[in-house]
Every structure is written in C-alpha cells, then in structure tokens.
Design a protein. Structure first.
Lengths: 75, 707
C-alpha cells in the first residue's frame, strides 16, 4: 500500500491506516487519523521532511514518520 | 498546601489555542512563574478574585493534545488530572479551543468532560471567523458537550465580561448538565477499567481507563497498585495503541457532524493567507535566505538596541560605587559592598537588556508562527548532528546568550537531542565574548581594508564566530556517537496559521525570562563575585600590606601623581593576593599556550564571566577604574616579558588567547542554568571539562604553530 511519503508535491490522498508504533500516538493527536484528507505541499529545503496540509491545518513531519501513514487516492 | 484550602481553576487546551493569552488577560500582572514540584515544567499561576470574595487560584497548564501524552509537559498534566488527591487538581476547567481548529481541539475537551470535570468551553479567535464572513451556531455543540459554551476573542478582548460571569455561575453550582459519557468503552476497556476503578475506589470509570493506559509512569500509583493493574492488563489483552486509535476515531466520528454545523463558512477560499505566505517562507531557496536575513536583523538589534541601556547600567553602577566610596568608611566591608556585591550585581543586570531584546524578538517570531517553520526547514541538518530542528532556536539564541538558549531547549522532547543542544550551545560565541574579542583582535589583526570595503578586523570577528559554530557542530557529532538514547526522536510539529503577535503576551514572556535569569543565575554570579573579590583583596600574611608599601615607595621615588600611585598600589596588591598566587601557580600549565601569570589571573577571574577579562586586565595593568578598551590595549601592547624586551602580546599569544575564549566554558551562570535544566551536577561538570580541554588544546595548537 502506498504511504504519505510517496505523494508528490501538490498531490492529495486519504489516510487509510496507521502503522502502529511509536509515532501513532503523536499522529493521532495532530489530527492524522483514518479517513482524513492529506495534501503533500512541499519538501523541506534540505530534504528529509515534508510540509503536509490537512483540512484546516498544516503539519511538518519527517520521511520516516510519513512512511507510517498508509493512503489511498479515493476513499 | 492541601487541596481544601483553595479553589483551583485550570486553563486547559491544545497548544496554540490562545490559552496563555486568556490567562494573561484574567490574571494581568498578578501572576508568577515557578516550577511544578520535581520537574522542570513552568507552572504559571495567578490569583483571581471572584465576586463573592473567594480567591481562586488559576493555573495555566502546558498545552496538551489529548490524554495520551507525548512530552514530559503533557505527562504532567495527565498526572494531575488523573490523581484525585493532587493539590493542583482543578475544581473547574476553563477549556480554550481555537474555533478555526475546532475539530482537533474538541478531542481533549471531550476527554476532560468524560473524566467528570466541571467545565466552561471557550471558543477563542472568533474574530478570525467573523472576518471570514462565516457564522457560528452553538446549539448543536452545546447539546453535544453538555457544558456552557462562550465565544470570545482574547485579541480584541471581546465578550470577556460575559466569560467572567459564566465562570462565576459555574463556581456557584459545579455540575455537568448531562451525565452520559461521550465515549462508549469497548468490552475490554469496561472490564479492565471497571476492575481498576473498584480497586482504586474511583468515582469515574473513564479516569480508571486512563490510569490503566499509563500506569507505568503515573507518579501517584504505588508499586502494589502498578502490579495489580499490570496483572489485569496482561490477563485481558488490553492493547494500548489499538484502543487509543479506537477512542480517537470514535470521538471524531461522534462530533464531526456537530462541528460542520457549528461554523458555517460563506466563502470558499482555495488558498489561505498562511498558504500564500508559506510559499515564500518555506521555499526551497528563498526560505533559508529569508531566515538568514531575519537572523541578521535580530543580531543587529541586540547589538545596537541593547548597547545603550547596558552603558547606562554600567555607568550607573560605577557612579553609585564611587559615590558610596565617598561616604562609606574606609574599612574592608565597604570594599566588599562596592567591589564585591555591587560589582556582582552590576555583572548580572548588565545582561538584562540583551536578554530582554532577544526574548522580545524571539517571542514575536514564536507568537507569529515563524519558529515552527524554522524547525521544519532545518530539521534534517540538525539531525545529522544528533539534534532536532527545535535545536535551531537554541543555537540562534546562543549568539546573544547561552542562558536563554538553554532555557529554550525544553521544547525538545527527545532527551538525547535536548542534552546535546544544551551541551554545545555555549560554544556559539555569545555577546559576552565581544569585548574580549575587541581588545585582542586589535593586537592580532592589522586595521586595514581589503578590496576597499572589507575590514580585516571585521573578517576576524566573523572568523571567530564561525569557529564557535564549527566547535558546536563538531562537539555535537562527538556527543551523538557517545551518548545513548532509548527513546525515539520525532519532528511532527504543527505549523500554525500566521497571526500578528499579541503584545501583552510578548511583554509578559520577556518579563518572565528576565526574572528567571535574575533569580536563577543572578544569585550564583553575585556569590562567585564575592569569592573572587575575597581572593583578589586578601593575600597570605602581610603580603598585601608589604605590596602596598613597596608600591608607595616606588611611586614616590619616581614622583607619580596620586592617581597613578593608587593604580600602582592596586596592581601590586593583586599580584600579592591569593588570586595573584593562583595565577603564578598555574603559569607553568598555561605557558605552552603563550600566557603569563597576568593572563592567568584574568583567566581565573573570567571563570565568573568572560567580560570580566577586560576589567581584570585594567586592574593588573594599574589603569584603575578606567575600563577604556583603548587604554588597556596600549598598556598591553607595551608589556614585555620580565628581563627581556620580548613582547607578551605577540600575534601568536593573541590568537591563542582568542581561540581559548572562543571555546572555554567561562560562565558560572551557564553552568548554573545547565544544572537547573538537567537536574544534576553531572552535565555541567562534563560540559566544563570538555570545553576546557577543547580550549586548552586548540590554544596550544595555535600558539605552537604560530609562535
């Protein structure tokens, strides 16, 4: 299954599942949960991190964090 | 104090909800910042008088996302909320939510309601929604939460009286309107939480569930209680993460329709203002460029704005000192007051303007939302050095002063990354090194221009700053290899919408930091100053008296003025004092670096604070209270090694001394703050040792290569 890290800048998708681990708790608290719509806005200037947009707010996360978020283009 | 003595009101909410602004409004200047017992988490509390005369105690708790914490600050909040006997346990919760982020901010609110706390739900930032042309409908939300709701805007101070009267009403009758839980426990949760509830004798089953989740670290549980809960969990197959996902999703599902009906937007904006700003601010090339321009501005401001008040403070203390000299009797304790205590206090207060200006600018950057963009942009670089994007903020602040920088590391949740940031921050050249650099560069570097505009001395300044940054990054790499870490590192950070800063918040934060500095580091600086005063004012036996006689004889023989004679006496006295002996004693150790015992004395006194170097040099070279850098420079330039005409301050010695000052840990206050932030003397000692070793060997290398 593709993860959030595989999106190209400008692309959107829906979260389907979280890979349960040490990031899960933090992701849930920041509003990343199944069915949420996520948009990859851009990569960080020196790589390694992403600028992610949700419905109403923005987040930054590392590649390995984004790789625990499984996505699908359509719900 | 026991719980029964007072009425506790807790301000709770997510980070960036405007909670602290509301706290500042409600308490005004009647607030104080202390630590929660046993942890380095700021406790901001204030008094709030209700109309019926009851004094309430308001605590502004750290921003929290949910009852499933990720940082030590959030853990503290849960420790208090889940503990029925905690002295900080709230009698009433004022929950603050950003109305533009309602869906996310409702999560924690519903959890607190389920824990059975009486609550008033405050929707903040309604000004932003109204500006949008959107409408707010509260009926559905009121029914769903079952608590009083009020819309306010702290920025515009709108509806604030209404909020205050709601609080009054609630204090009179502390009941929840509806008693049905917002979250339906699963079978397994009901089983585990039910047992735990009965065993601990709790009123609330949801609290029992939270305790079951976090029993390993909740402080109020006894060993027996932990054992009991752990046994039940092992038997039942209670899965922490799965149940957290279940709970979070069920809560979102239960209120997402309600949220949609609460704020009805009239226009569909495709790109918000924040999106537009971030296209530039976080742009691949322009973003870092903007950052460096902003930093340049910050440093310029610190140097130019803070100079004036610093001069006033210095002259003020000097004038006060000489006035007191005139009317105090000529005994040892007057000298202690003037040259020990007052000089020490002057040494503390002189930093206040810089700390104030730095925190003024940093809190504007923080409040507006820019700092989290910096964290995002530089995280990957910082990670290579074992640090976190959040370390950037500390390393930048270190350019002014390591003390606020180290205080700013609390936002780094990974202990190893935080520790590395604390350990290497003082290597970034702070403003206290400036006067030392200024005096010494004049010896080491010719005052000429290249290409007609670039001043070589200016380039040398820049070189020293770069050397400090390289030292910090290099040491960070070493610590990254040595230190062990068992907890994971993460970036995941909210990039809040850009907002103009609320000035009251900015000023209160400046005030809090300045007070923390004076109270924390100030005491130690004054203490060390008194010790140094003692070492410089007393010597073994009659050594000082003899030195004074000798100086008088010598100056009378050469027919010097009274002022010159006094200066000569001071110079002979410091040589004969304890610290003079210590300087001579360490001379063999520092001779390979090109230093003589006079520099040795200055190194010892600089241990209190670097800038003391210039003052000590002034005393040793008997130029009295005239702390003029140019005079000191001339004196030092004329200095020769005894019995020869070899100059003491050769280019090699000057460079060696400069490098020493770049790397050496010569700041008691920093060590004191590191002790406070790490809760042990281990790390300040490690820091002192590694920086001293680094300084010694770098200087040795420089002197031996150049000399």
């Amino acid at each position: 299954m593709p993860t959030l890290a595989s999106l190209k800048p400008g692309e959107s998708a829906f979260v389907t599942l979280l890979d349960e681990g040490s990031y899960t708790c933090k992701l849930l608290n920041l509003g990343i949960l199944p069915k949420a719509k996520v948009t990859m806005v851009r990569k960080s200037p020196f790589g390694g991190a992403f600028y992610i947009k949700l419905e109403r707010h923005q987040l930054a996360m590392r590649t390995e964090e984004a790789e625990t978020i499984y996505i699908e283009q359509e719900l | 104090m026991t719980k029964a003595d007072r009425f506790n009101i807790a301000l709770l909410g997510n980070p960036n909800s405007g909670k602290s602004s509301l706290f500042n409004f409600l308490t005004g200047l009647r607030q104080d910042v202390s630590n929660f017992p046993g942890v380095t988490v700021d406790k901001k509390s204030g008094r709030y008088t209700l109309h019926n005369g009851i004094e309430a105690h308001i605590i502004d708790f750290p921003g929290t996302y949910s009852v499933y914490p990720n940082s030590s600050e959030e853990k503290l909040v849960i420790n208090i909320l889940a503990d029925a006997d905690n002295p900080h346990r709230p009698d009433l919760v004022i929950y603050v939510a950003d109305i533009t982020q309602l869906e996310r901010h409702l999560l924690f609110a519903t959890q607190i309601v389920d824990m059975g706390y009486p609550m008033v739900f405050v929707l903040n930032m309604t000004d932003l929604v109204e500006k949008d042309g959107s409408s707010i409908y509260l009926n559905g939300l009121k029914q769903y939460l079952g608590v009083p709701i009020i819309c306010i805007s702290v920025r515009d101070e709108k509806n604030m009286e209404e909020l205050e009267s709601k609080i009054e009403d609630l204090v009179e009758k502390l009941d929840r309107l509806s008693a049905s839980p917002l979250y339906q426990l699963s079978d397994i949760e009901t089983f585990v939480a039910g047992r735990v509830q009965k065993y601990l004798g709790l009123e609330n089953i949801y609290t029992a569930k939270i305790i079951s989740h976090h029993y390993q670290w909740l402080e109020f549980l006894s060993q027996d209680q932990r054992k009991y809960i752990s046994d039940i969990i092992a038997r039942s197959g209670f899965n922490d993460l799965k149940l957290q996902v279940r709970e979070t999703m069920q809560r979102y599902d239960s209120y997402s329709e309600v949220v949609k009906k609460t704020v009805i937007s009239n226009k569909k904006t495709l790109k918000s203002r924040t999106d537009q700003i971030d296209e530039w601010i976080t742009h691949r090339f322009i973003g870092p460029l903007i950052f460096f321009v902003v930093m340049l501005f910050v440093f310029q401001s610190i140097y130019s704005w803070a100079t004036y008040p610093m001069d006033w403070i210095e002259t003020g203390f000097a004038t006060a000192g000489s006035r007191m000299n005139n009317f105090l009797p000529d005994v040892w304790w007057s000298d202690l007051i003037i040259n020990g205590l007052m000089a020490g206090m002057g040494g503390v207060l002189v930093f206040v303007p810089q700390i104030a200006v730095l925190f003024f600018l940093l809190s504007i950057l923080e409040e507006s939302g820019y700092m989290s963009r910096v964290v995002f942009m530089f995280d990957s670089i910082m990670q290579k050095f074992g640090m976190n994007g959040r370390s950037m903020v500390s390393l930048i602040s270190s350019g002014a002063c390591a003390i606020p920088a180290i205080m700013a590391t609390r936002t780094i949740s990974n202990p190893k990354e935080r520790l590395i940031t604390i350990l290497v921050s003082p290597l970034v050249s702070c403003s206290a090194r400036l006067p030392v650099y200024a005096v010494l560069i004049a010896f080491a570097v010719p005052d000429i221009k290249i290409f007609g505009i670039l001043n070589v001395q200016g380039l040398a300044f820049m070189g020293l700053y770069l050397l400090g940054i390289l030292g910090a990054l290099g040491s960070a790499l070493v610590f990254k290899k040595i230190l062990k870490s068992d907890s994971g590192s993460f970036l995941m950070i909210e990039l809040p919408d850009y907002k103009p800063p609320i000035w009251k918040n900015v000023l209160l934060s400046v005030k809090a930091k300045v007070i923390a500095f004076i109270a924390g580091a100030g005491k130690i600086i004054v203490f060390i100053s008194v010790i140094l005063w003692f070492l410089a004012s007393f010597g073994p036996g009659d050594a000082l008296k003899n030195a004074e006689m000798e100086a008088i004889q010598k100056s009378e023989a050469t027919g010097k003025s009274i002022e010159a004679q006094n200066n000569l006496i001071a110079s002979y006295k410091i040589e004969a004092s304890y610290i003079g002996h210590m300087g001579k004693w360490i001379e063999p150790a520092i001779a390979p670096l090109g230093f003589d015992w006079k520099i040795g004395i200055a190194l010892l006194t600089s241990f209190a604070a670097r800038e003391v170097f210039v003052g000590t040099m002034a005393t040793i070279y008997s130029i009295g209270n005239d702390n003029d850098e140019k005079t000191i420079r001339e004196k030092m330039a004329a200095e020769v090694r005894p019995g020869t005409d070899i100059k003491v301050y050769t280019t090699a010695t000057s460079f060696s001394l400069l490098v020493f000052y770049v790397f050496a840990m010569q700041c008691m206050s920093t060590l004191a703050i590191v002790k406070r932030e790490t809760n042990t003397w281990k790390w300040p000692i490690v820091q002192f040792l590694f920086m001293s070793v680094l300084a010694y060997f770098s200087s040795l290398m420089v002197y031996q290569l150049m000399g």
